[in-house]
Structure formats: structure tokens, C-alpha cells
Design a protein around this ligand. Structure first.
Ligand SMILES: Cc1ncc(COP(=O)(O)O)c(C=O)c1O
Length: 294
């Protein structure tokens, strides 16, 4: 019997992906090695990483002027890595506070830059996304940071904020690949892999290439987007097995019809759950969460 874990941290993966990984565990495509045993610079693993990137680009229709990085450190690591890479020459970064994950992001960013909380949903127990018209943005800010789905509070953006010339940065850890996204409206999209993509240990960063010249000199090389982009994310040893599994998930998503088809499936799943909650007479969905999922 398989158990579907939907709780915090790592979560359920497609069974086909796990079966493929099991079948290829001892010998990947006749190489005589497990993917775990391969050199990250060998032709076999480079082919795996290149295919994974190409498939992710296809799934999200990532424009050519965006780099895709396969890093480590998780989304909490990115909370520091984002400001380190984006604030050189700037004094303020704007953050929208919609709950637990936004709070963690802005607390970490304060170590590197002045943080302006441009909008907050704290007044109503983090149950909604503040309307764009209420945001107090800083002219000339380094970036505007949002968490596109607050995994704990269940508050999700169903729209993309317009931040003008200031790049929009989104923690999409628990939303990425659940639906189509217009990548061109973002400066940076990042997320830990363990929710929607694959095993923990892999962090995905999608960054517009004109933003690669804003890193603080203290930025560690392993987390320096420009250096990692120049090294095809192999400046250090990447999380090879996690990239391989992520690649299998990308293939699986493409075979399902891509993220537009997955979105329809997700809407149907959410309806099952919310209809059940609404009918229970015992549970009450928070209004933000209810409207977020329609
Ligand atoms: C939206 C969001 N941001 C950040 C994190 C933390 O990610 P990590 O544990 O990979 O650092 C999570 C984890 O669930 C998350 O859901």
C-alpha cells in the first residue's frame, strides 16, 4: 500500500517516477553505474542535467534571457542568497508579508539590506493577499519580494503583481509547476524542490540575466548566481541524484500534458477537498484560503 504524504517538507512523488528510478538504480541506461555514482562532469550526468533544464524550460516556457540554476541551500537559503545577489548599489528591498514564509524571508533579508514591508496581511491573521493598490512600494528598490503560495497559511496569489521597473522576486516553493506562470513578469523565481519537483536538496532559481550584476562582493561563490550561471550550476558538486529525479518528474509532467493539464487536475482536487470541508458542518475553511482556491 502506498501512503500519500501531503504534509510539510518532502511530499508524494508520481509512482511512475519512483518505479523508473528503481529500475535504473543500479545501472542507468547501460552506463554500469547508478546516477548517484556518476561524475557530475561525465557525459552521462551532463546529459541528464541538460535534459532536466530543457524540460523545465519547456514546462514553464522560460524565455531565453533567463538562466535556470540547480543549486543547494533550499528556499530558506535563498532568503539570504536573494538579497546577496540583488542589492549591490541599492539601499532598500520591498517585501509583501502574507504569512510565515514571507516573515522568514524578510527577517533574513534584513541582514543584508533595509527592508520595507510594502504590504502586510497581519491585520487579518494572514488570511488574504493585500490588493496591489494598497502596496507602499519604494521607488528605486532593489526588488519586490512575494511568497506566491504561503504553504502554512494556504494563501495563494492568483494574479501576478505589476511592480513596474522593479524586479519581482517570488518564492514559489509550493506553487511552482502547479499551473502555468508568465515567467517574463518576474525577475527571479525560486523554490526548494521537495514540494512539487523532487527530493529535498535541490533548489531551483530562474533569474533574468540582466540581474546577474548586482551581487554583493561577500556573496559566497556557491550561491553567486552569475558565477553559477557561468559554470552551468557546476561550480560546486550539484545535488546530482535530486536533479535526476527532478528530471524524471519534469518528463512525467510533460507526458501528462504539461502544467496547464496539471492545473485542471489541481482545481479538481481542490474542489473535492473544499466541497468536503464546506459540507462538513465541523470544519471551516479560512476565507483567504477558500477564495484562493476558488
Ligand atoms: C513557501 C516556502 N518557502 C520556504 C520553505 C522552506 O524551504 P526549505 O526548507 O527548502 O529551505 C518552504 C518549505 O516548505 C515553503 O513552503
Amino acid at each position: 500500500m502506498r501512503i500519500f504524504n501531503f504534509s510539510a517538507g518532502p511530499a508524494v512523488l508520481p509512482e511512475e517516477v519512483l518505479r523508473t528510478a528503481a529500475a535504473e538504480m543500479l545501472d542507468w541506461h547501460g552506463s554500469g553505474m547508478s546516477v548517484m555514482e556518476m561524475s557530475h562532469r561525465g557525459k552521462e550526468f551532463i546529459a541528464i542535467a541538460e535534459q532536466a533544464e530543457a524540460d523545465l524550460r519547456a514546462l514553464l516556457a522560460i524565455p531565453a534571457n533567463y538562466k535556470v540554476l540547480f543549486l543547494q541551500g533550499g528556499a530558506i537559503g535563498e532568503n539570504a542568497i536573494v538579497p546577496m545577489n540583488l542589492v549591490h548599489g541599492f539601499t532598500v528591498a520591498d517585501y509583501v508579508n502574507t504569512g510565515e514564509w514571507s516573515k522568514k524571508s524578510l527577517k533574513e533579508a534584513k541582514k543584508y539590506v533595509n527592508v520595507n514591508v510594502a504590504a502586510s496581511a497581519e491585520d487579518r491573521a494572514f488570511s488574504y493577499v493585500p490588493e496591489r493598490a494598497t502596496w507602499q512600494l519604494t521607488p528605486g528598490a532593489a526588488y519586490v519580494h512575494i511568497c506566491s503560495n504561503e504553504t502554512i497559511g494556504g494563501v495563494e496569489y492568483h494574479w501576478t503583481p505589476d511592480t513596474g521597473d522593479v524586479p519581482l522576486v517570488a518564492d514559489m516553493s509550493s506553487q511552482i509547476l502547479s499551473r502555468p506562470v508568465d515567467v517574463a513578469k518576474y525577475g527571479v523565481i525560486y523554490g526548494g524542490a521537495q514540494k512539487n519537483i523532487g527530493p529535498a536538496g535541490l533548489t531551483i532559481v530562474v533569474v533574468r540575466d540582466d540581474l546577474l550584476d548586482r551581487a554583493l562582493p561577500i556573496t559566497p561563490s556557491a550561491f553567486h548566481w552569475k558565477e553559477q550561471a557561468a559554470a552551468d550550476s557546476m561550480l560546486n558538486t550539484p545535488p546530482t541524484y535530486a536533479i535526476y529525479i527532478a528530471g524524471l518528474v519534469f518528463r512525467w509532467l510533460l507526458a501528462q500534458g504539461g502544467v496547464a493539464a496539471i492545473e485542471q487536475r489541481n482545481i479538481a482536487k481542490a474542489k473535492l477537498l473544499y466541497d468536503c470541508l464546506d459540507a462538513s458542518g465541523f470544519y471551516r475553511a479560512r476565507c483567504g484560503a477558500r477564495t484562493a482556491r476558488g
